[in-house]
Design a protein around this ligand. Sequence first.
Ligand code: GLA
Length: 393
Amino acid sequence: MYFRMEAKTMRRAILVSLVLAMGVCVVGCKKKEEPSGMRPEAKEKGKMGSIAKQSFGQTQDGMEVEMYTLTNANGIRAKISTYGGTLVSLELPDRDGNMSDVALGFDTFDGYLTSHPYFGVTVGRYANRIGGAKFTLEGKEYKLAANDGANHLHGGVRGLDKVLWNTSEVEAENGVGLRLAYISMAGEENYPGTLACIVTYTLTNNDELRIDYEAVTDKATVVNLTNHTYWNLAGQGNGDILSHELMIDADRYTPVDEGLIPTGEIRSVKGPMDFTKPMAIGSRIDQVPGGYDHNYVLNSGGGELALCAKVYEPSSGRVMEILTTEPGVQLYSGNFLDGSITGKGGKVYEKHYGFCLETQHFPDSPNKPEFPSVVLRPGEEYSTTTVHKFYTK
Ligand code: GLA
Protein backbone atom coordinates (compact mmCIF):
# COMPACT_ATOMS: atom_id res chain seq x y z
CA MET A 1 0.00 0.00 0.00
CA TYR A 2 1.63 3.17 -1.12
CA PHE A 3 -0.74 5.94 -0.24
CA ARG A 4 -3.35 4.51 2.08
CA MET A 5 -3.07 4.40 5.80
CA GLU A 6 -5.50 2.34 7.79
CA ALA A 7 -7.81 5.25 8.47
CA LYS A 8 -8.95 5.96 11.92
CA THR A 9 -12.70 5.51 12.05
CA MET A 10 -13.01 9.12 13.13
CA ARG A 11 -11.16 10.47 10.08
CA ARG A 12 -13.31 8.39 7.76
CA ALA A 13 -16.52 9.49 9.44
CA ILE A 14 -15.44 13.11 9.02
CA LEU A 15 -14.78 12.61 5.31
CA VAL A 16 -18.14 10.98 4.70
CA SER A 17 -20.05 13.56 6.72
CA LEU A 18 -18.16 16.36 5.00
CA VAL A 19 -19.24 15.06 1.63
CA LEU A 20 -22.83 14.69 2.85
CA ALA A 21 -22.86 18.09 4.54
CA MET A 22 -21.87 19.67 1.26
CA GLY A 23 -25.21 18.45 -0.08
CA VAL A 24 -23.64 16.23 -2.66
CA CYS A 25 -26.18 15.19 -5.25
CA VAL A 26 -26.79 11.52 -5.00
CA VAL A 27 -29.60 11.43 -7.55
CA GLY A 28 -28.87 14.68 -9.37
CA CYS A 29 -28.38 18.28 -8.44
CA LYS A 30 -31.18 20.76 -8.03
CA LYS A 31 -32.00 22.73 -11.12
CA LYS A 32 -31.55 26.43 -10.67
CA GLU A 33 -34.92 28.11 -10.78
CA GLU A 34 -33.84 31.53 -11.98
CA PRO A 35 -31.21 32.26 -14.57
CA SER A 36 -28.17 33.40 -12.68
CA GLY A 37 -26.32 36.59 -13.50
CA MET A 38 -22.73 36.67 -14.61
CA ARG A 39 -21.64 39.10 -11.91
CA PRO A 40 -19.00 37.36 -9.86
CA GLU A 41 -19.60 37.32 -6.12
CA ALA A 42 -16.04 38.01 -5.06
CA LYS A 43 -14.90 37.45 -1.50
CA GLU A 44 -11.79 39.30 -0.57
CA LYS A 45 -9.39 37.37 1.61
CA GLY A 46 -7.13 40.36 2.18
CA LYS A 47 -3.48 39.50 1.78
CA MET A 48 -4.52 35.90 1.29
CA GLY A 49 -6.01 36.56 -2.15
CA SER A 50 -9.63 36.15 -3.20
CA ILE A 51 -12.16 33.70 -4.46
CA ALA A 52 -15.02 34.59 -6.81
CA LYS A 53 -17.89 32.58 -8.22
CA GLN A 54 -19.81 33.07 -11.44
CA SER A 55 -22.09 31.11 -13.71
CA PHE A 56 -20.27 29.14 -16.42
CA GLY A 57 -23.35 27.73 -18.16
CA GLN A 58 -25.76 24.85 -17.97
CA THR A 59 -25.48 21.16 -18.72
CA GLN A 60 -27.72 19.64 -21.40
CA ASP A 61 -30.20 18.63 -18.69
CA GLY A 62 -30.37 22.14 -17.27
CA MET A 63 -28.00 21.86 -14.32
CA GLU A 64 -26.21 25.04 -13.35
CA VAL A 65 -22.42 24.96 -13.78
CA GLU A 66 -20.26 27.36 -11.83
CA MET A 67 -16.78 28.72 -12.30
CA TYR A 68 -14.60 29.69 -9.35
CA THR A 69 -11.73 32.10 -9.74
CA LEU A 70 -8.98 31.73 -7.16
CA THR A 71 -6.47 34.58 -7.01
CA ASN A 72 -3.46 34.46 -4.73
CA ALA A 73 -1.68 37.40 -3.06
CA ASN A 74 0.70 37.66 -6.06
CA GLY A 75 -2.08 37.90 -8.65
CA ILE A 76 -1.78 34.33 -9.96
CA ARG A 77 -5.21 33.19 -11.01
CA ALA A 78 -6.76 29.73 -11.39
CA LYS A 79 -10.26 29.09 -12.75
CA ILE A 80 -12.01 25.90 -11.76
CA SER A 81 -15.32 24.64 -13.08
CA THR A 82 -17.74 22.50 -11.08
CA TYR A 83 -18.26 20.37 -14.21
CA GLY A 84 -15.58 17.70 -14.08
CA GLY A 85 -13.69 19.58 -11.34
CA THR A 86 -11.87 21.15 -14.28
CA LEU A 87 -8.89 23.49 -14.18
CA VAL A 88 -10.08 25.84 -16.94
CA SER A 89 -7.18 28.28 -16.82
CA LEU A 90 -4.08 29.23 -14.89
CA GLU A 91 -2.57 32.67 -15.43
CA LEU A 92 1.09 33.09 -14.55
CA PRO A 93 3.73 35.81 -15.07
CA ASP A 94 6.69 35.26 -17.37
CA ARG A 95 10.16 36.51 -16.40
CA ASP A 96 9.12 40.08 -17.35
CA GLY A 97 5.90 39.91 -15.37
CA ASN A 98 3.58 39.46 -18.37
CA MET A 99 0.67 37.17 -17.55
CA SER A 100 -0.36 34.26 -19.79
CA ASP A 101 -2.79 31.43 -19.41
CA VAL A 102 -0.70 28.22 -19.50
CA ALA A 103 -3.52 25.62 -19.62
CA LEU A 104 -5.38 24.50 -22.76
CA GLY A 105 -9.17 24.60 -22.72
CA PHE A 106 -12.22 26.54 -23.78
CA ASP A 107 -13.51 30.06 -23.13
CA THR A 108 -17.12 28.94 -22.84
CA PHE A 109 -18.82 25.98 -21.24
CA ASP A 110 -20.08 24.61 -24.59
CA GLY A 111 -16.53 23.46 -25.39
CA TYR A 112 -16.52 21.22 -22.34
CA LEU A 113 -19.67 19.46 -23.57
CA THR A 114 -17.92 18.36 -26.76
CA SER A 115 -15.86 15.17 -26.79
CA HIS A 116 -12.60 16.98 -26.05
CA PRO A 117 -9.46 15.11 -24.92
CA TYR A 118 -9.84 15.71 -21.17
CA PHE A 119 -8.58 19.33 -21.03
CA GLY A 120 -7.94 20.18 -17.36
CA VAL A 121 -10.41 17.68 -15.94
CA THR A 122 -10.38 15.56 -12.81
CA VAL A 123 -10.09 11.97 -14.01
CA GLY A 124 -11.53 8.91 -12.27
CA ARG A 125 -12.64 6.58 -10.94
CA TYR A 126 -9.65 5.04 -12.69
CA ALA A 127 -7.36 7.43 -14.54
CA ASN A 128 -5.55 5.93 -17.55
CA ARG A 129 -6.24 2.51 -19.03
CA ILE A 130 -7.56 -0.81 -17.81
CA GLY A 131 -6.72 -3.58 -20.31
CA GLY A 132 -9.60 -5.50 -21.87
CA ALA A 133 -11.96 -3.13 -20.00
CA LYS A 134 -12.32 -5.55 -17.10
CA PHE A 135 -10.78 -6.61 -13.83
CA THR A 136 -11.42 -9.15 -11.11
CA LEU A 137 -11.65 -8.16 -7.47
CA GLU A 138 -12.41 -10.50 -4.57
CA GLY A 139 -13.38 -13.24 -7.02
CA LYS A 140 -15.87 -11.17 -9.02
CA GLU A 141 -15.28 -9.89 -12.53
CA TYR A 142 -16.26 -6.31 -13.32
CA LYS A 143 -16.78 -5.33 -16.96
CA LEU A 144 -16.20 -1.67 -17.74
CA ALA A 145 -16.89 0.50 -20.78
CA ALA A 146 -14.46 -0.24 -23.64
CA ASN A 147 -14.08 3.41 -24.67
CA ASP A 148 -10.53 3.20 -26.06
CA GLY A 149 -10.53 0.32 -28.53
CA ALA A 150 -10.85 -2.82 -26.43
CA ASN A 151 -9.67 -0.99 -23.31
CA HIS A 152 -11.17 1.23 -20.64
CA LEU A 153 -9.86 4.81 -20.46
CA HIS A 154 -10.18 7.54 -17.82
CA GLY A 155 -13.17 6.17 -15.92
CA GLY A 156 -15.42 5.31 -18.86
CA VAL A 157 -18.19 7.01 -20.80
CA ARG A 158 -19.27 9.34 -18.01
CA GLY A 159 -16.32 9.47 -15.68
CA LEU A 160 -15.65 12.02 -12.96
CA ASP A 161 -14.68 14.49 -15.70
CA LYS A 162 -18.30 14.67 -16.84
CA VAL A 163 -20.18 15.03 -13.56
CA LEU A 164 -21.11 18.06 -11.49
CA TRP A 165 -19.19 18.44 -8.27
CA ASN A 166 -20.45 20.25 -5.17
CA THR A 167 -18.21 22.92 -3.75
CA SER A 168 -17.22 24.70 -0.58
CA GLU A 169 -14.56 27.31 -0.03
CA VAL A 170 -11.67 26.31 2.19
CA GLU A 171 -9.88 28.49 4.67
CA ALA A 172 -6.28 27.94 3.64
CA GLU A 173 -3.49 29.16 5.87
CA ASN A 174 -1.42 30.59 3.08
CA GLY A 175 -3.72 31.03 0.10
CA VAL A 176 -7.18 30.24 -1.19
CA GLY A 177 -8.83 26.88 -1.57
CA LEU A 178 -11.82 25.23 -3.16
CA ARG A 179 -13.12 21.83 -2.14
CA LEU A 180 -15.10 19.74 -4.63
CA ALA A 181 -17.07 16.71 -3.58
CA TYR A 182 -18.85 13.97 -5.49
CA ILE A 183 -20.41 10.69 -4.52
CA SER A 184 -20.10 8.08 -7.24
CA MET A 185 -22.84 5.56 -6.59
CA ALA A 186 -22.22 1.81 -6.52
CA GLY A 187 -22.30 0.52 -10.09
CA GLU A 188 -21.60 3.91 -11.66
CA GLU A 189 -19.61 3.10 -14.81
CA ASN A 190 -19.80 -0.46 -13.43
CA TYR A 191 -17.28 0.11 -10.65
CA PRO A 192 -18.08 -1.66 -7.38
CA GLY A 193 -18.87 0.27 -4.21
CA THR A 194 -20.13 3.77 -3.54
CA LEU A 195 -17.13 6.09 -3.64
CA ALA A 196 -17.21 9.43 -1.80
CA CYS A 197 -14.55 11.69 -3.32
CA ILE A 198 -13.14 15.04 -2.32
CA VAL A 199 -10.74 17.01 -4.50
CA THR A 200 -9.29 20.18 -2.96
CA TYR A 201 -7.51 22.79 -5.05
CA THR A 202 -5.38 25.24 -3.07
CA LEU A 203 -3.60 28.18 -4.69
CA THR A 204 -0.95 29.22 -2.22
CA ASN A 205 0.87 32.52 -1.85
CA ASN A 206 4.07 30.60 -2.65
CA ASP A 207 2.67 30.22 -6.19
CA GLU A 208 1.77 26.58 -5.83
CA LEU A 209 -1.34 24.88 -7.11
CA ARG A 210 -1.88 22.01 -4.74
CA ILE A 211 -4.43 19.26 -5.44
CA ASP A 212 -5.45 16.88 -2.65
CA TYR A 213 -7.54 13.82 -3.47
CA GLU A 214 -9.43 11.87 -0.82
CA ALA A 215 -11.90 9.03 -1.14
CA VAL A 216 -13.63 6.36 0.89
CA THR A 217 -15.74 3.39 -0.19
CA ASP A 218 -18.32 1.05 1.29
CA LYS A 219 -17.12 -1.96 -0.76
CA ALA A 220 -13.76 -3.02 -2.12
CA THR A 221 -13.06 -1.13 -5.34
CA VAL A 222 -10.21 0.30 -7.42
CA VAL A 223 -9.32 4.01 -7.44
CA ASN A 224 -6.83 6.16 -9.33
CA LEU A 225 -7.56 9.89 -9.44
CA THR A 226 -5.59 12.55 -11.31
CA ASN A 227 -5.80 15.85 -13.12
CA HIS A 228 -5.47 16.02 -16.91
CA THR A 229 -4.26 19.56 -17.58
CA TYR A 230 -2.50 20.18 -20.90
CA TRP A 231 0.28 22.66 -20.15
CA ASN A 232 2.04 25.06 -22.45
CA LEU A 233 4.27 27.31 -20.37
CA ALA A 234 4.73 29.70 -23.32
CA GLY A 235 1.00 30.38 -23.10
CA GLN A 236 -1.83 28.21 -24.37
CA GLY A 237 -2.05 28.14 -28.16
CA ASN A 238 1.42 29.70 -28.56
CA GLY A 239 3.06 26.92 -30.54
CA ASP A 240 4.12 23.41 -29.64
CA ILE A 241 5.77 22.26 -26.43
CA LEU A 242 8.74 20.50 -28.05
CA SER A 243 11.30 23.04 -26.81
CA HIS A 244 10.13 22.80 -23.17
CA GLU A 245 12.94 21.27 -21.12
CA LEU A 246 11.72 18.40 -19.00
CA MET A 247 13.21 16.46 -16.11
CA ILE A 248 11.37 13.45 -14.67
CA ASP A 249 12.83 11.85 -11.57
CA ALA A 250 12.38 8.31 -12.85
CA ASP A 251 15.02 5.76 -13.89
CA ARG A 252 12.37 3.35 -15.14
CA TYR A 253 9.08 3.28 -17.03
CA THR A 254 6.38 0.80 -17.93
CA PRO A 255 6.61 -0.22 -21.63
CA VAL A 256 3.26 -0.69 -23.38
CA ASP A 257 1.69 -2.80 -26.12
CA GLU A 258 0.00 -1.30 -29.20
CA GLY A 259 -3.14 -0.53 -27.15
CA LEU A 260 -0.97 1.44 -24.66
CA ILE A 261 -1.46 -1.20 -21.96
CA PRO A 262 1.69 -1.90 -19.90
CA THR A 263 3.24 -5.25 -20.72
CA GLY A 264 4.16 -5.71 -17.05
CA GLU A 265 7.84 -5.11 -17.64
CA ILE A 266 9.56 -2.33 -15.71
CA ARG A 267 12.34 -1.11 -17.98
CA SER A 268 15.23 1.32 -17.74
CA VAL A 269 14.55 4.70 -19.39
CA LYS A 270 17.93 4.53 -21.16
CA GLY A 271 17.55 6.11 -24.63
CA PRO A 272 14.82 8.51 -25.81
CA MET A 273 12.64 7.84 -22.73
CA ASP A 274 15.34 9.24 -20.43
CA PHE A 275 14.45 12.56 -18.79
CA THR A 276 16.54 12.07 -15.67
CA LYS A 277 18.58 15.08 -16.88
CA PRO A 278 16.67 18.06 -18.35
CA MET A 279 16.05 17.53 -22.08
CA ALA A 280 13.82 19.27 -24.60
CA ILE A 281 10.66 17.20 -25.01
CA GLY A 282 11.18 17.30 -28.78
CA SER A 283 14.85 16.34 -28.77
CA ARG A 284 14.26 12.59 -29.27
CA ILE A 285 10.49 12.37 -29.75
CA ASP A 286 10.99 11.08 -33.32
CA GLN A 287 12.54 7.94 -31.85
CA VAL A 288 9.38 7.22 -29.82
CA PRO A 289 6.67 5.77 -32.09
CA GLY A 290 3.53 7.90 -31.70
CA GLY A 291 5.25 10.28 -29.26
CA TYR A 292 5.33 10.12 -25.46
CA ASP A 293 2.32 8.51 -23.83
CA HIS A 294 4.03 6.49 -21.09
CA ASN A 295 3.96 5.94 -17.38
CA TYR A 296 7.20 6.65 -15.53
CA VAL A 297 8.04 4.79 -12.35
CA LEU A 298 9.09 7.57 -9.99
CA ASN A 299 12.30 7.07 -8.04
CA SER A 300 10.53 8.27 -4.89
CA GLY A 301 8.36 5.13 -4.91
CA GLY A 302 5.36 7.18 -3.83
CA GLY A 303 3.88 7.59 -0.38
CA GLU A 304 5.66 10.82 0.60
CA LEU A 305 5.42 14.13 -1.23
CA ALA A 306 8.55 14.18 -3.43
CA LEU A 307 9.82 15.87 -6.57
CA CYS A 308 8.38 14.18 -9.64
CA ALA A 309 9.20 16.48 -12.56
CA LYS A 310 10.46 19.91 -13.51
CA VAL A 311 9.68 21.76 -16.73
CA TYR A 312 11.34 24.93 -18.03
CA GLU A 313 10.14 26.96 -20.99
CA PRO A 314 13.10 29.03 -22.32
CA SER A 315 11.25 31.89 -24.10
CA SER A 316 9.06 32.88 -21.12
CA GLY A 317 11.37 31.67 -18.34
CA ARG A 318 8.44 29.91 -16.69
CA VAL A 319 9.23 26.86 -14.58
CA MET A 320 6.81 24.27 -13.22
CA GLU A 321 7.91 21.77 -10.59
CA ILE A 322 5.63 18.88 -9.75
CA LEU A 323 5.73 17.09 -6.42
CA THR A 324 3.54 14.12 -5.72
CA THR A 325 2.79 11.30 -3.32
CA GLU A 326 1.97 9.05 -6.30
CA PRO A 327 4.38 6.33 -7.50
CA GLY A 328 3.92 7.15 -11.21
CA VAL A 329 3.39 9.88 -13.76
CA GLN A 330 2.08 9.66 -17.32
CA LEU A 331 3.96 11.83 -19.77
CA TYR A 332 1.65 12.59 -22.68
CA SER A 333 2.99 14.87 -25.40
CA GLY A 334 -0.36 15.84 -26.94
CA ASN A 335 0.10 13.34 -29.78
CA PHE A 336 -3.60 13.16 -30.63
CA LEU A 337 -4.08 16.94 -30.93
CA ASP A 338 -4.43 17.53 -34.66
CA GLY A 339 -5.72 21.05 -35.28
CA SER A 340 -9.36 20.00 -35.15
CA ILE A 341 -10.01 21.80 -31.84
CA THR A 342 -10.22 25.56 -31.47
CA GLY A 343 -9.64 26.55 -27.88
CA LYS A 344 -9.40 29.70 -25.80
CA GLY A 345 -8.92 32.98 -27.66
CA GLY A 346 -9.58 31.23 -30.99
CA LYS A 347 -6.27 29.36 -30.78
CA VAL A 348 -6.11 26.16 -32.82
CA TYR A 349 -4.53 23.26 -30.95
CA GLU A 350 -2.14 21.49 -33.32
CA LYS A 351 -0.17 18.32 -32.58
CA HIS A 352 2.08 18.68 -29.49
CA TYR A 353 0.55 22.05 -28.49
CA GLY A 354 0.28 20.83 -24.90
CA PHE A 355 1.81 18.19 -22.64
CA CYS A 356 0.34 16.41 -19.65
CA LEU A 357 2.10 15.06 -16.57
CA GLU A 358 -0.62 12.99 -14.95
CA THR A 359 0.49 11.85 -11.50
CA GLN A 360 -1.02 8.45 -10.86
CA HIS A 361 -0.78 4.77 -10.05
CA PHE A 362 0.36 2.70 -13.00
CA PRO A 363 -2.03 1.96 -15.89
CA ASP A 364 -3.79 -1.42 -15.76
CA SER A 365 -2.82 -1.97 -12.12
CA PRO A 366 -6.14 -3.76 -11.41
CA ASN A 367 -4.83 -6.53 -13.71
CA LYS A 368 -1.19 -6.35 -12.67
CA PRO A 369 -0.78 -7.66 -9.11
CA GLU A 370 2.94 -6.87 -9.30
CA PHE A 371 2.22 -3.10 -9.57
CA PRO A 372 1.47 -0.98 -6.47
CA SER A 373 -2.07 -1.74 -5.34
CA VAL A 374 -5.00 0.46 -6.36
CA VAL A 375 -7.52 -1.43 -4.25
CA LEU A 376 -9.44 0.63 -1.70
CA ARG A 377 -11.41 -1.20 0.97
CA PRO A 378 -14.05 -0.08 3.45
CA GLY A 379 -12.32 1.47 6.45
CA GLU A 380 -9.33 2.67 4.41
CA GLU A 381 -8.77 6.16 3.17
CA TYR A 382 -7.46 7.04 -0.29
CA SER A 383 -5.35 10.14 0.10
CA THR A 384 -2.93 11.55 -2.48
CA THR A 385 -1.44 14.98 -3.10
CA THR A 386 0.14 16.65 -6.11
CA VAL A 387 1.69 20.12 -5.97
CA HIS A 388 2.56 22.29 -8.99
CA LYS A 389 5.04 24.98 -8.05
CA PHE A 390 5.62 27.90 -10.43
CA TYR A 391 8.41 30.45 -10.76
CA THR A 392 10.54 32.04 -13.47
CA LYS A 393 14.24 32.10 -14.20
C1 GLA B 1 -4.27 10.24 -21.72
C2 GLA B 1 -3.84 9.09 -22.49
C3 GLA B 1 -3.61 9.45 -23.92
C4 GLA B 1 -4.83 10.10 -24.48
C5 GLA B 1 -5.21 11.28 -23.65
C6 GLA B 1 -6.48 11.89 -24.12
O1 GLA B 1 -3.26 11.05 -21.36
O2 GLA B 1 -2.70 8.46 -21.95
O3 GLA B 1 -3.34 8.29 -24.65
O4 GLA B 1 -5.88 9.19 -24.48
O5 GLA B 1 -5.36 10.89 -22.31
O6 GLA B 1 -6.54 12.08 -25.48
